[in-house]
Ligand binder design. Sequence first.
Ligand code: BES
Ligand code: MN
Ligand code: ZN
Length: 496
Amino acid sequence: MRITITEYQLPASGALVVGVLKGGKMPATARQLDKDSKGAIRRATKGSRFEGGKGQWLEILAPAGIKADRVVLGGLGEAKEIDPTSLENFGGSVVQRLAGSGLKTIAIAYDDVRGAKVEAAEGAARLAFGARLGSYRFDKYRTKDKAKDRPSVTTLSVTVSGATAARRAYKPLAAIADGVYMTRDLVSEPANVIFPESMARECRGLSKLGVKVEVLNEARMAKLGMHALLGVGQGSRRESRLVVMRWQGAGARSKPVAFVGKGVTFDTGGISLKPGPGMEMMKWDMGGSGTVVGLMKALAGRKAKVNAVGVVGLVENMPDGQAQRPGDIVTSMSGQTIEILNTDAEGRLVLADALWYTQNRFKPQFMVDLATLTGAMIIALGHENAGMFANDDELAERLHAAGKQIGEGVWRMPLADAYDKKLDCPIADMKNIGGRDAGSITAAQFLQRFVNEVPWAHLDIAGVAWGDKGKPTVPKGGTGWGVRMLDRLVANHYEG
Ligand code: BES
Ligand code: MN
Ligand code: ZN
């Protein structure tokens, strides 16, 4: 679906979407249409439960006196409820309601509303952004029944007076949407398509945007001593990779911010094999690294004035004659030894080396890692919030605020020595599991053993990387969670 912003005008065909305020108050376009149709708009609202409340919709087919084939009234709520997020949701809902309507075009006529919490140009840009995010589909492997439920709409235009300013406001948002799309694609692809090497190839593609991309193969990683990461990939026919992406949007002396992702392209559990039902979900066990890649794309795409490093550890966790066994002891890049008591607790092993490498090579201002790390995280927080663990209150607060701003929640969880002790091990420096209790916390404690003085936060995104229920700007499937909130974090505090 092509999404454009054009100068205000009423369309000659297709769907015309207009906003209506709570209580039936009509902004200029709705008033105009009511006049053109000799009162049909008001009559339609009177004859229904539509009151202009947020999330209410009313469709009027073929209204006399109006050129458009369909007028769709969308509730905006009260003027003071109109803000960037409500408009994004409005745009996304429009797409989801009308994509398969049989119509070819949608025009959203946007009026500047007095008392709204967003000015016209930004408002129109947010509508377009929401529409773009909400129109994502992953259907490339459906070759047969596409015709019947393929979207009929090919173009959505937001029309607003002052389109030039709105288009300027949309430009960085379009870059962010491109990043979110890339993450969703990577997460949705099956593991026979996205595996360490192919994912590294996707990362290389970011060089078109000016991102410097280095790919470390197994021999390089072995030289660096990354045996925690390498041990996980040892049972796979696919070679492991570590990819380093660098965006230099600020002066050479500005310290980078760093993002590190778990990229287990498929997690069978290894020799500690997972049960069969639901195992297909483990194709998205690279969700953390998917977010890091999409974020790098967003930052480079909008030319963020920041130096940012993205590091992703890419492995496939398979059972095999070569696979790592429960009881094996590996030496991580940090020199610390780990007894592998469960080969299914593999994400932390990948991150141990990726975090150590990132902090030592780049000396970043902060390090945020993302990982679909523990099933226990879903038990604790469900699908509404990601778990956040941090050694730094300021970073934690900034992440929380950025998430709140754009609608991706994080909830802080504790770190403490008492939890850390559960990882102590009589025959190595640590074991890779801490027992059933507090499973997400002991996993985070494990990671912290590979983090030195740098401000660090770990986001356990097991519950939010994939959605079985769609939302206006997040269709079901791979969510792209984290791209927007981390982009926001950077924009709020680390640019310029
Ligand atoms: N990738 C899984 C965690 C996961 C589970 C993510 C379900 C998303 C949905 C992770 O590698 C894992 O297997 N964790 C184990 C840890 C345990 C062995 C200590 C778990 O959560 O059961
Ligand atoms: Mn696992
Ligand atoms: Zn995993």
